[in-house]
Design a protein around this ligand. Structure first.
Ligand code: ARG
Ligand code: MN
Ligand code: MN
Ligand code: MN
Length: 313
């Protein structure tokens, strides 16, 4: 089993500079070496080269449409290529618009995938419902088949055909959902566990129900799109849209461990780390907690991991 790492140094899906440094601060924190010391065969494929698109006028209030589309097209191709080579993929963002390219690319090779979206936000605004105009709040609207008729043509996105069905998506961690997004969740019956349900049922029950709902027979490839703002801002303060009352470190670890235990994690996105938004201490905390959760997705167990192929001397 080989894990391919791709960096997506990008911030144009939202207004704040800094998420383009996400891949490198995570590498510097040792995300690759931690995975390697677990015995995972990791290949770092480096960063996607981001093209500058000149004259990228907004489409209605949607900002940087061509720039976001071009970068995500490249990410889609890179993810598809690695999945085709049978590699698992860890995609290091970058703002959460990265899910457009990452899920699209994954779906080109594994059309049967399911998506677990771990986030404070639903990121399912359409270009017509978004108040902010930031594409990181819209990625799912470009991917969901059932929303196709509600999404206008956005310049640059001609390549992006919807590839995911509403029933193959489940949310965990929601606590800042726009009214139009809630309407979409209810209209299409999208499986969603907000922090209210995490409080009510506990993370164990939530993860179990979530996985069971999207894939009762437990055979399909899993795409996890993990926005670090799903975690409480005391844990991951260096992010653009923090919302209080988030997942604890232990809830995050548990979720990652259970996904790992399925043996079916195929692609993991890590989005919205922004090292420029806080103090040195808070940046370090964010990066350490993000790295620690990431390693749990790949088999780092709190109960300990015995070395592979090693006899007691
Ligand atoms: N719902 C808001 C918007 O559409 C916030 C989205 C935040 N998304 C994120 N990936 N952090 O602008
Ligand atoms: Mn978010
Ligand atoms: Mn269902
Ligand atoms: Mn998000």
């Amino acid at each position: 089993e080989t894990l391919g790492v791709i960096g997506f140094p990008f911030s144009k899906g939202q207004p704040r500079n800094g998420t383009e440094h996400g891949p490198n601060v995570l590498r510097e924190a040792g995300i690759i070496t931690s995975l390697q010391s677990l015995g995972v065969n990791v290949i770092d494929h480096g960063d996607i080269e981001i093209e500058v698109v000149l004259r990228d006028e907004p489409m209605k209030n949607v900002r940087n449409p061509r720039t976001v589309a071009a970068a995500n097209k490249k990410l889609s191709d890179a993810v598809a290529k690695l999945v085709k080579m049978n590699q698992s993929v860890l995609a290091l963002g970058g703002d959460h618009c990265m899910a457009i390219g990452s899920i699209h690319g994954h779906a080109q090779v594994e059309p049967n995938l399911v998506v677990v979206w771990v986030d404070a936000h639903a990121d399912v605004n359409t270009p017509l419902t978004s108040v902010s105009g930031n594409i990181h709040g819209m990625p799912l609207s470009f991917l969901l088949k059932e929303l196709e008729e509600f999404v206008p043509k956005v310049p640059g996105f001609e390549w992006c055909k919807p590839c995911l069905s509403v029933r193959d998506l489940v949310y965990i961690g929601l606590r800042d959902v726009d009214p139009a997004e809630r309407l979409i969740i209810e209209k299409f019956g999208i499986h969603a566990y907000s922090m209210q349900e995490v409080d009510k049922y506990g993370i164990k029950e939530v993860v179990e129900r979530a996985l069971n709902q999207v894939d009762p027979s437990g055979v399909r490839p899993i795409h996890v799109s993990f926005d670090v703002d799903a975690m409480d801002p005391t844990l991951t303060p260096a992010t653009g849209t923090p919302v209080s009352g988030g997942l604890s470190l232990r809830e995050s670890f548990y979720l990652a461990e259970e996904i790992s235990n399925t043996g079916r994690l195929s692609v993991l996105d890590i989005a919205e780390v922004n090292p420029l938004l806080s103090t040195e201490d808070k940046r370090k905390l964010t990066v350490i907690n993000t790295t620690d959760v990431s390693t749990k997705f790949y088999g780092y167990r709190r109960q300990g991991n015995a070395p592979r192929d090693y006899e007691l001397p």
